[in-house]
Ligand binder design. Structure first.
Ligand code: DX5
Ligand code: ZN
Length: 220
């Protein structure tokens, strides 16, 4: 399949924003040219950390027109998928490590009218999701262990991006390859070169003084 996208998309991760000024932070990244808003949902169980939930998302929905890219780090995930769709999610990504019925949950996400994504932690191989690649709109490759922003990129993940890109070509599929964790101006180009379509960036956007400059310098 011919892919027409010619520029890498940038999805700032809201968990790295200043929570005291959430509305301003969301509007600032939209004005700065972000493509998606990445929303990390953590449950204190699948990952040790906690972030925010559907109430915050539904309150942010009317003040932002970017696609809401919801990354659920929640186990079991099946109980909350519809809550996030109702709150305003456009994309819902779930972890293969957090569900016993991935196919059923991907179908649920699609039936709710959202783009469906599957995510793999750094230690999970592409092989474990290969049977589901024809059923997803996006694959989120974690390049840090999920739970915290500000961690270092794990370079061995680059090979998984290359493998996913090759499988997509060989099988004529069209899912987006999204990479999440530890991305900065130094490593962004190698991640794009490996095959990433979308870069999720927490610290390298929200911890920078100029969001527009930060977003543009990640695009490669
Ligand atoms: C980690 C989250 C990431 C994280 C990215 O579990 O999924 O989205 O916030 O932040 P950085 O870019 O700082 O690693
Ligand atoms: Zn994330």
């Amino acid at each position: 399949m011919l892919r027409v996208r010619n520029s890498t998309l940038i999805a700032p991760s809201l968990m790295a924003a200043n929570m005291l000024y959430l509305k301003d932070e969301v509007q600032a990244v939209e004005v700065a040219g972000a493509d998606w808003l990445h929303l990390d949902i953590m449950d204190g169980h699948f990952v040790p950390n906690l972030t925010f939930g559907p109430d915050i998302i539904s309150q942010l929905r009317p003040i932002c027109s970017l696609p809401f890219d919801v990354h659920l780090m929640v186990e079991p995930v099946e109980l909350c998928i519809d809550l996030y769709q109702k709150a305003g999610a456009d994309h819902i990504t779930i972890h293969i490590e957090a569900t016993t019925d991935l196919r059923k949950n991907l179908n649920t996400i699609k039936k709710l009218g959202c783009r469906a994504g599957v995510s793999i932690k750094p230690e999970t191989s592409v092989n474990q999701i290969k049977d589901f690649l024809n059923a997803v709109d996006q694959v989120l490759v974690m390049s840090v262990n999920p739970g915290f922003y500000g961690q270092a990129f794990i370079p061995s993940v680059l090979e998984k991006i290359t493998v996913l890109k090759r499988i997509r070509e060989e099988q004529g599929l069209s899912f987006d390859i999204v990479v999440d964790g530890g991305i900065n101006v130094q490593n962004a180009s190698s991640i794009i070169e490996a095959g990433a379509d979308v870069l999720v960036a927490g610290s390298s956007v929200f911890k920078q003084p100029d969001y527009k400059k930060a977003i543009n310098s990640l695009r490669g």
